[in-house]
Design a binder for this molecule. Structure first.
Ligand code: NAP
Length: 320
């Protein structure tokens, strides 16, 4: 596919808010402003949460479980709780000591599975070494699995069935939608194959009829694969590994990576400044994908609440 806007941007079709991309000089990419898109998602969630509360008689509820005292995890969890409060989602907070045993944590997950006012359950990773994270994640009721990491939800995604999808790749799709670029038939390249980001991004792009290539650490000629991408999703975790001059002119570049460079600065997986001279749209790091993850977690929580209220699976695409 040669780059073209084959249809009106999503915002002009009323699907999403107008993107806050700034148009720079000709030949320089529009910046996709993840902070602004995330703010518009939070506004949507606020309205949806209020409507749910009105109809069901209680707000949607998200249970968050923090085990231990890892400072980064504590910051993430508190930020999730604060954002819940801002949009009208009730927070059910559990903080357990670093010495918590696996059985104790399993018992808490079971109790939250049974709690009627907990629509979503989020166990913050990483967990202390005495706890097997996959045992815990597998114990979460799939209808409350707002991180979309339960094997049942991952299988449903692969099978093209309704289910909760992982938040970061959902955020990636939402950012792509703000560009108005046609995904159907586009050549999409995903670099990274983790269960958290790369693999779900592949299947979400397939759902939208992109022609998808997935690359990883054993890919022979990464530059050539990247050079063929109309849509590039970089989810590697290596500072600026993807060189700007690999980017296909007119491509859409979504950079999921968060890395510190040698100077200690937060950078993505893509060489931003040089990529920006070739791409049509690009996300910055920070301020691109990062803010979308919590926003999509809130969206998933409302989708889970709605689905539980009517006793059905989360509708496909509900998080978008
Ligand atoms: P991960 O589990 O470490 O996976 C990294 C992937 O990159 C793997 O599939 C790996 O290939 C591939 N890879 C590594 N070196 C490569 C190379 N030289 N060439 C090509 N592929 C290579 O990481 P992740 O959890 O997916 O996260 C990826 C990045 O996204 C990290 O920087 C992370 O911090 C960031 N992230 C950001 C958010 C956010 O909200 N902004 C959320 C999640 C993750 P193999 O499979 O062959 O090893």
């Amino acid at each position: 596919m040669s780059y073209s806007r084959t249809r009106a941007p999503a915002y002009s079709r009323g699907r999403v808010d107008r993107p806050t991309c700034a148009r720079y000089d000709r030949g320089v990419a529009e910046i996709i402003d993840g902070k602004a898109v995330a703010a518009s998602v939070r506004e949507e969630v606020r309205a949806e949460a209020a409507a749910f509360r009105e109809r069901v008689g209680r707000p949607p509820g998200l249970a968050t479980v923090l085990v231990g005292d890892d400072p980064a995890s504590a910051t993430y969890v508190r930020s999730k709780r604060k954002t819940c409060a801002e949009v009208g989602i009730a927070s059910i907070a559990h903080e357990l000591s670093a010495e918590t045993g696996q059985d104790e944590l399993l018992a808490l997950v079971e109790a939250l599975n049974a709690r009627a006012d907990a629509d979503g359950i989020l166990v913050q990773l990483p967990l202390p070494p005495q706890i097997n994270a996959s045992v815990i994640l597998d114990a979460i009721d799939p209808v409350k699995d707002v991180d979309g990491l339960h094997p049942m939800n991952q299988a449903r995604l692969v099978a093209g069935q309704a289910g909760l999808r992982p938040c970061t790749p959902l955020g990636v799709m939402r950012l792509l939608d703000t560009t108005g670029v046609e995904l159907r038939g586009a050549r999409a390249v995903v670099v990274g194959r983790s269960n958290l980001v790369g693999k779900p991004a592949v299947f979400l792009l397939l759902e939208r009829h992109a022609t998808v290539t997935v690359c990883h650490s054993r890919t022979r000629d990464l530059a050539a694969e990247v050079g063929g991408a109309d849509v590039l999703i970089a989810a590697i975790g290596k500072a600026q590994l993807i060189r700007g001059d690999w980017i296909k002119p007119g491509a859409v570049v979504i950079d999921v990576g968060t890395n510190r460079n040698a100077a200690g600065k937060l950078v993505g997986d893509v060489e931003f400044e040089r990529a920006r001279e070739r791409a049509a749209f690009i996300t910055p790091v920070p301020g691109g994908v990062g803010p979308m993850t919590i926003a999509m977690l809130l969206k998933n929580t409302v989708a889970a609440a709605e689905a539980r209220a009517v006793g059905r699976a989360v509708a496909a695409g509900a998080g978008r």
